[in-house]
Design a protein. Structure first.
Length: 341
């Protein structure tokens, strides 16, 4: 028993240390103006509940250690008394605490006015994101139509600049949540919601669909890449270009395989015959850090595994297993995809 307690005391600080890891999604790891304001409320709630827990355990300890005397010294069970403790500790304190948190929460919500249908406030979103089972369709919008382009899953934004995002769903209810930048906003079929995010510095910020949306809900991750203005402008300029022409024999053969097979029926690669709209746009897939809605690294091994046995990596996804390719054809197809930067 003593050894078990020692192990427990060892793992508690270790667990607390791990909460500082980069990929941990925490409301306390605020990296943007909106997230900082939400973090203040999170800290207030956490401290309030910790104080309540300490007081509760102190009272329990006091009750457990206080000498009670013999049964002859106690009043009958129906004698009454103690109601003021129940009223104060069980009703007044929780009610006041919850009301204070509720008021602060409403005040915080009012500080993020993005859409006011009563006053018909017009919103011009910079990005439109559509949630699918189980990936993110990302449209970059501009007043000039020829400057619009589409990507998937990896969302790039300029650092230190607010970005307004329109959120929609193509199927079931999803929820957009990047805790380091903002709170959760639901994506409801037939209804458009809005969120404004801003990163205080360049970096990668991970998020997650926060509403259970089916079997692969856990593999519907978000990656927001905040860049310096110059880096973002260079990335945007590259994304506006059509797909690069294959320059090697393997890549040229891979393009033919892609266009003549089932790949082109689901995916779009701008500048080619592939024009499917069922699955993510792959025009610049090689520029993305991750694949399969940010679930796996974008490298040769995972690309091959995803193409040939997607259902083993993400069961239930609409990407079927494509086992018809020979080893040479698969190598050529990968060579083509990896030069789409």
């Amino acid at each position: 028993m003593e050894n078990r307690m020692r192990r427990l005391l060892f793992f508690i600080p270790l667990a607390l240390l791990l909460t500082g890891c980069e990929d941990v999604q925490s409301t306390f790891n605020a990296q943007g103006p909106a997230a900082h304001r939400l973090a203040h409320l999170s800290w207030a709630m956490t401290i309030t509940f910790l104080v309540a827990i300490v007081v509760m355990w102190a009272l329990i300890g006091w009750a457990a250690t206080t000498r009670r005397g013999s049964l002859d010294e106690h009043e009958p069970i129906d004698a009454g008394g103690g109601q003021q403790w129940i009223t104060f500790g069980g009703l007044i304190v929780p009610l006041v605490s919850l009301c204070i948190i509720f008021v602060f929460g409403l005040k915080l919500l009012a500080s993020f006015p993005l859409h006011d249908p009563m006053n018909q406030v017009a919103i011009a979103p910079d990005i439109q994101i559509i949630g699918h089972q189980w990936w993110w369709e990302v449209h970059y919008l501009n007043s000039e139509p020829d400057l619009n382009f589409t990507t998937a899953n990896e969302i790039h934004i300029p650092a230190n600049r607010p970005v307004t995002i329109a959120l929609e769903s193509a199927d079931v209810i999803h929820s957009f949540w990047v805790p380091a930048l903002h709170g959760k906003v639901d994506m409801i079929p037939g209804h458009e919601n809005y969120i404004r995010i801003e990163a205080s510095h360049p970096g990668n910020f991970v998020g997650q669909c926060a509403e259970f949306c089916g079997a692969q809900h856990a593999h519907m991750r978000i990656l927001v890449v905040a860049q310096s203005p110059d880096e973002y402008n260079a990335w945007e300029k590259q994304q506006l270009k059509p797909a690069a022409d294959p320059s090697t024999p393997d890549a040229q053969a891979g393009e033919q395989i892609f266009e003549s097979g089932s790949c082109s029926m689901c995916h779009t690669i701008r500048g080619t015959l592939a024009g499917g709209h069922v699955a993510p746009d792959l025009t610049h897939i090689a520029s993305r850090q991750l694949i399969a809605a940010n679930s796996f690294p974008n490298n040769t091994a995972y690309l091959e595994a995803w193409i040939t046995h997607a259902q083993s990596l993400k069961p239930g996804a609409k990407m079927p297993d494509l086992t018809q390719f020979s080893g040479v054809q698969l190598r050529q197809l990968i060579a083509y995809l990896q030069q789409l930067k």
